[in-house]
Unconditional design. Structure first.
Length: 366
């Protein structure tokens, strides 16, 4: 996804100007009080959406009775509209309670947004891509309790409900043929178990520690879903300080889906988090495995930079993964610290096999 240079400069200037004033106020609030509120305009461009704009915001706070040394809770929210009449609403809470004894996280989203579907597998050709416009509603929540304080180990439950339908897809394409499980739309409902250990020194901008999480979620009709399948995930992140402010971050992730899995729920490769440079969902199948590393270092004042590289692939089953099947991704970008808690404005440009991508968003990729 290429962004014209003039548009890129104007978008960056818009966001930096919007952040210049609130950044100082937010940092002072974080140092003296409990609450930080930041609202900024959002603007970006992709070939699928044309010019997009809207409002994004962050509420960072500590619940009443919470010590100032505890991690701040936060809620990220955004509303985006595009010139192609697409719309997305999203809210992502991350709440710490009772001295971090409890953690509640979630993702609430409604979207009507186009994307490209290339089929299933690790070697689908670019010319197989077809446009689809799913209308999706997503509600996901995790509730975890600290069970081993010395190990910073948490365990709990998670629930997921997602419904989707297709506003449009290409006539005569893969989806129109009815050969793709789930092309008629439907509901996905799941309940499962999750565990994590979290020793990061800062949730928003970690410099040391680790975040390891694993989950098993069972989807089925008992919760109102239309498909029966199981998803297993493992997400392992570690952070090593290189200097007083520089850090080397690592992430490894594996995800599997088995059973009656609709294509919309298959593990995917690409996006603005892992395997930047590939369209989100460019490759999808029943197994995804990926690894990335990122070096983050300061430049001057509120400005920093990062360079990153990653490898990833999808396969029909775990035994189908191979060294030759991994696809590369690499790039770099600029960071602008916008709150005293560690929130950043992230501008990344990534290169991958056959494509590139520009990403302008809030907070580190991982």
């Amino acid at each position: 996804m290429r962004m014209p240079d003039a548009l890129l400069r104007s978008v960056a200037a818009l966001l930096l100007a919007a952040c210049a004033g609130p950044r100082l106020a937010a940092a002072e609030e974080a140092a003296k009080g409990r609450n930080t509120v930041l609202v900024i305009p959002i603007a970006y461009y992709t070939p699928e959406t044309s010019l997009a704009g809207g409002i994004g915001g962050l509420l960072a706070f500590r619940p009443s009775g919470t010590a100032m040394t505890s991690r701040p809770s936060s809620i990220l929210f955004s509303a985006v509209y595009t010139l192609k009449e697409q719309f997305t609403l999203q809210a992502k809470p991350e709440i710490y309670l009772d001295g971090e004894a409890w953690v509640v996280t979630g993702n609430l989203e409604w979207s009507r947004f186009p994307t490209r579907y290339f089929g299933i597998g690790n070697d689908t050709p670019d010319e197989a891509g077809e446009t689809m416009t799913p209308v999706q509603t997503l509600a996901e929540i995790q509730v975890l309790r600290r069970v081993l304080p010395a190990w910073k180990l948490y365990a709990g439950v998670m629930g997921v409900y997602e419904s989707y339908r297709f506003r449009t897809f290409e006539s005569g394409g893969l989806l129109d043929s009815g050969s793709c499980r789930g092309s008629e739309g439907g509901a996905l409902a799941g309940l499962g178990l999750t565990a994590m250990t979290d020793s990061r020194d800062n949730v928003l901008a970690p410099r040391r520690g680790r975040f390891w999480q694993a989950s098993a979620v069972f989807h089925g009709g008992f919760l109102g879903g239309d498909f029966r399948y199981t998803k297993l995930k493992a997400d392992l992140r570690s952070y090593l300080p290189l200097s007083a402010r520089a850090v080397l971050a690592f992430q490894g992730k594996i995800e599997t889906a088995s059973g009656d899995v609709p294509f919309m729920a298959l593990p995917r490769l690409g996006g603005d988090i892992l395997m930047r440079g590939y369209l989100k969902g460019r490759y999808r199948d029943r197994v995804f495995a990926g690894l990335q590393a990122e070096a983050r270092f300061p430049l001057s004042g509120i400005f920093g930079a990062a360079v990153f590289a990653g490898l990833g692939q999808v396969a029909g089953n775990p035994s189908g993964l191979s060294l030759a099947g991994f696809k590369p991704s690499a790039g770099g970008g600029l960071r602008v610290r916008i709150t005293g808690e560690g929130n950043t404005l992230r501008l990344d440009y990534a290169f991958s096999r056959g494509s590139t991508g520009f990403y302008l968003t809030v907070n580190e990729a991982f």
